[in-house]
Design a binder for this molecule. Structure first.
Ligand code: ATP
Length: 610
């Protein structure tokens, strides 16, 4: 008999699972049911199939009685053959129905997980950037994959196992009571005698397995720590060899003791099973014999055999049903986890009465903007500035001063804490999100290219772009000539995350990508990572002409970019501390002057050298 539950996991809950067992409310059940409801027709078929196959699977046991009484003892060969064929046919029928049932079951389970996965994916897409920065990526993937696959398990295993086992039990009991109530009651008393000790033995063994797992982890820990290069060095330098050896020996000793106990627990378990499973039938034979010989002449040998066979058929379902509680709690926990994800509020979405203007000009205005990622710290403080269509602004400032944070507020990757950001005179929170994001293009600091060809990565910005438009964008981004030199040209695969390209090439492709999108406002978050002077020059040649021709905001680290902008904002600690043109600021003796002397001025000599 299997020690594991239907889901392949252990049939006992861990302390943690017990502690985190969810409250099963009417709402939770109704919600689960709402996923099953669309498939009620298929579920009805499954239900009928389960009932039919459970009833049919009990029939051969009942027919055994007739085979003995009417066929063998009655010495009627024709009847015997008929009953045998019937019994085989019934078994075959029950199995065929079983096939139909598993097919329907899998079909339903797959469709429900399909619905749930799509819903989850669509919901996750709507989650704000802060959700992805604060949640572990592994957790998100687990929810999407294992938890939802768990649902499939629940439907194909837990739900059906409750149904089919209950029905099998009921049918077996009815059949037993019809034959003889005294023997049926005896059987009912025997079943727990059998199942309870096996559960007890299983639990002991499970506890031991868990303990030995813990000791095993401990031993691995000791080995990892002390048999590594630096670990051994530490042990040697401090002369701790004996100490470590004793620690290891103690853990090792604990391990073998546990292993012996675990293996013996398994042995006792088998003794209990084989003894009790033979005690059950023997008791029935004994009681049946006494009844037949002393009290009730109606009871036949066949009847007693039927009862014994039926008793054997009850053990499995009873044991499964005893495990159901565990499966049930796990299932509910899984649904609760999934629903927890569904219920996470979508923080950034289009307002119900969102405005979609007919055209976009790209005027941006920050009005007394305050922003914090978390309550502990205000990142932006009272930021106000205006960018008029056709102009450009360069934002400069020390690392961590809040430059990237400022631009993230424009396409609503985050929403302001206080104040407002306006696009063409409308608060971005009142604009249709799709409209807003279509009209704001960002070239981020670290460029993300997905695993595909250069063409696929470019077209991501605009699936309808023509080849001419794509090439035009690449020419402007100063990358077309490079791509043409590649053997496969635009069809060159970029590798995982674009790893097959250099940093500078990736940046220029991502500039081309934004150009292809052709937004009303362009934002460049210039990479701080230094490139060699030739790549640097190539990017500069790509960006500088764009600044003149487009409404743009640039987080600038290069002097040439700064010089090309109409206005410079100097940010420090989340506040704009200076603003003006390069000429105004360079001699003002403030933050800009310092940045100029330490960061920008050295670039002049570098560029001249290139
Ligand atoms: P750099 O020039 O180095 O890119 P920056 O001026 O663009 O810096 P930001 O990236 O805007 O600076 O960061 C401003 C501050 O906000 C930093 O102190 C940073 O630690 C913090 N910060 C940035 N992103 C988050 C986030 N997702 N959650 C919490 N804090 C953040």
């Amino acid at each position: 008999m299997s020690m594991r539950g239907p889901g392949g996991r252990n049939q006992f809950l861990t302390e943690e699972e017990k502690k985190n067992a969810p409250k099963v409310t009417k709402e939770l059940l109704a919600r689960i049911f709402s996923y099953l409801a669309p498939y009620w027709k298929q579920m009805a078929i499954v239900l009928i199939a389960i009932i039919a196959s459970s009833v049919l699977s009990i029939l051969p046991s009942v027919l055994t009685g007739k085979i003995i009484d009417e066929g063998l003892l009655g010495r009627d060969l024709n009847r015997l053959i008929f009953l045998i064929v019937l019994s085989l046919a019934v078994t075959l029928g029950s199995n065929l129905i079983g096939v139909l049932e598993s097919y329907m079951n899998t079909w339903i389970a797959q469709h429900i997980t399909y619905d749930m996965r799509n819903q989850m994916y669509a919901h996750l897409q709507k989650m704000s950037q802060s959700f992805f920065t604060s949640n572990n990526q592994g957790d998100i993937i687990t929810r999407m994959t294992s938890d939802i696959s768990g649902v499939q398990q629940i439907i194909t295993n837990t739900f059906t196992s409750i149904l089919s086992n209950t029905i099998t039990l009921i049918v077996a009991l009815v059949a037993m009571f019809q034959k003889n109530w005294v023997l049926a009651v005896t059987g009912i008393i025997i079943v727990p005698l059998f199942t309870l000790p096996t559960r007890k033995a299983g639990k002991t063994r499970w506890t031991l397995t868990q303990e030995s797992q813990a000791v095993n982890d401990q031993i691995n820990g000791i080995l990892n720590e002390t048999l590594s290069v630096s670990g051994q060095l530490l042990v040697k330098v401090f002369g701790m060899e004996k100490f470590e050896y004793r620690k290891y020996r103690r853990a090792n000793e604990k391990m073998i003791k546990l292993n012996i106990r675990e293996s013996m627990a398994g042995r006792w378990f088998r003794v209990v099973i084989s003894t009790v499973s033979s005690v059950g039938p023997m008791l029935l034979y004994l009681v049946g014999g006494i009844l037949m010989m002393k009290y009730n002449a109606d009871l036949t040998v066949g009847d007693i055999t039927v009862l014994v066979t039926l008793l054997g058929r009850m053990y499995g379902p009873v044991n499964s049903l005893l495990n159901i509680q565990v499966e049930w709690i796990r299932s509910m926990a899984m649904f609760t986890r999934i629903f927890g994800y569904y219920d996470m509020p979508v923080e950034i979405e289009s307002a119900p009465d969102a405005i979609t203007p007919s055209e976009a000009h790209g005027n941006i205005e920050f009005k007394n903007v305050y922003f914090q990622y978390n309550p502990e710290r205000m990142i932006l403080k009272d930021v106000s500035f205006k960018l008029e269509s056709g102009h450009s602004i360069a934002i400069v400032g020390p690392s961590g001063s809040g430059k990237s944070t400022m631009i993230n507020l424009i396409p609503r990757l985050y929403d302001v804490t206080e104040g407002s950001v306006e696009f063409d005179g409308v608060d971005v929170r009142k604009l249709d999100l799709e409209f807003l994001r279509k009209n704001v293009g960002i070239v981020t600091q670290d460029t993300y290219l997905f695993n595909g060809t250069i063409r696929e990565n470019l077209m991501y910005a605009n699936v309808h772009a023509s080849i001419e438009e794509m090439e035009e964008a690449c020419k402007k981004a100063n990358i077309h000539d490079y791509i043409m030199k590649l053997e496969k040209g635009y069809d060159t695969p970029v590798g995982n995350r674009g790893l097959k390209l250099s940093g500078g090439e990736k940046q220029r492709i991502s500039i081309a990508r934004v150009l292809l999108k052709n937004p009303a406002v362009m934002i460049f978050d210039e990479a701080t990572a230094s490139l060699d002077s030739i790549s640097e020059k190539a990017i500069q040649d790509a960006i500088d002409p764009l600044i003149d021709s487009r409404t743009s905001i640039l987080i600038a680290h290069r002097l040439s970019t700064i010089l090309a902008a109409d206005e410079i904002l100097v940010v420090k600690d989340g506040t704009i501390v200076e603003r003006g043109t390069h000429k105004d600021l360079v001699s003002a003796g403030g933050v800009y002057t310092e940045l100029y002397n330490t960061q920008f001025k050295p670039q002049i000599t570098e560029l001249e050298a290139a």
